[in-house]
Design a protein around this ligand. Structure first.
Ligand SMILES: Cc1cc2nc3c(=O)[nH]c(=O)nc-3n(C[C@H](O)[C@H](O)[C@H](O)COP(=O)(O)O)c2cc1C
Length: 306
């Protein structure tokens, strides 16, 4: 039998048993998946975006299948911070995996309050969603310029000692610049990509498929764009990069690690097949074995130049 592969990785000070994290918004707060998936096998679980107040999200239809991907315009439906802290976070913390809480707000003060209160909890990291394309205010408005990222991270950084991951948008001029802005203000990691702003049209009804008109594109269709952006961010900053966008297999995950991601997130694949959250890690171990790699962390940033 071949030697076991060491799948553990570090994202800054946070150690993960394997590099596969369930991406925000695709396992809710874990309960939906717990019946069909052993959550303790995940490297970490990232919560659905939490806002200060409850949000009902956008009206349906708010998801649509597209070629090699999907569009969503869920609009950050969530029960709000109070209920999350009372009911959802305790559940997540008992699942034997690291917990990253994804937060979103309309104003800098919203993000400050979210971070201040999460600092007093047992969560392992906070992911600032500065990139949701499906809400009218805040969020992507902060994330689409380096100045916006800088101002937001500066506002929250003093309020928490938790690792702060800044989730960047691909819907911007330069992820290298927004990543550098996050690093300059003390972010512990950048995560990317959030979904690409897109649209689907039903020619028969002559209507946009989504009630919101536009939505965020995810899944294999975005992987080449995401890989390029992870590579750019990795070259631009010294803090860890958490990569995602269209990962369906272990080999997809390896591509992100090679481009510089210290860990990866899996979203849409898990909506297609819940076991994907775990099989990606298993396949990554197989890939490492086949290619003579005994420590998965050795793949990080190991892309060979031509
Ligand atoms: C239905 C759905 C809901 C999502 N909700 C959130 C969210 O609340 N916060 C966030 O930062 N990203 C959210 N995302 C984006 C994912 O976390 C991820 O960045 C994106 O889908 C790309 O990864 P994938 O191609 O593996 O799905 C959502 C994605 C989907 C498909």
């Amino acid at each position: 039998m071949s030697a076991p592969v060491d799948l553990s990785v570090r994202v800054g000070t946070l150690s993960l048993k394997n590099p596969v994290i369930a991406a925000s918004g695709t396992t809710g707060f874990g309960r939906e998946m717990a019946d069909v998936l052993d959550l303790s096998r995940l490297g970490a679980i990232c919560s659905k975006g939490v806002t200060l107040e409850p949000r009902r999200g956008n009206l349906p239809p708010r998801v649509a299948e597209t070629a090699s991907g999907m569009l969503n315009a869920v609009g950050l439906q969530n029960p709000g911070l109070d209920r999350f802290l009372e009911e959802d976070l305790p559940f997540l913390l008992g699942r034997g995996t690291a917990v990253v809480v994804n937060v979103a707000g309309n104003t800098a003060e919203d993000y400050q309050e979210l971070c201040r209160r999460l600092d007093a909890t047992g969560c392992d990291a906070i992911e600032l969603n500065l990139s949701c394309p499906n809400v009218k205010e805040g969020c992507m408005a902060f994330g689409s310029t380096p100045a916006g990222v800088r101002a937001l991270v500066r506002a929250v950084r003093p309020l928490t000692r938790k690792p702060l991951w800044v989730k960047l948008t691909p819907n911007t001029g330069s992820v290298a610049e927004t990543a550098r802005a996050a690093e300059a203000e003390g972010a512990d990691a950048v995560s990317l990509v959030n979904t690409l702003l897109g649209m689907a049209v039903d020619a028969r009804t002559r209507r946009p498929v989504l009630r919101n008109n536009t939505g965020g594109l995810s899944g294999p269709a975005i992987k080449p764009v995401a890989l390029r952006m992870v590579h750019e961010a990795f070259q631009a900053v010294g803090i860890p990069v958490v990569g995602m966008g269209g990962i369906m297999t272990g080999e997809d995950a390896a591509e992100f690690l090679l481009c510089g991601a210290s860990a990866v997130q899996v979203g849409t694949a898990g909506l297609v097949r819940p076991s994907a959250f775990v099989s990606v890690a298993d396949e990554l171990a197989d890939f490492a074995r086949e290619t003579g790699c005994s420590r998965i962390a050795d793949l990080v940033g190991a892309l060979r130049p031509w």
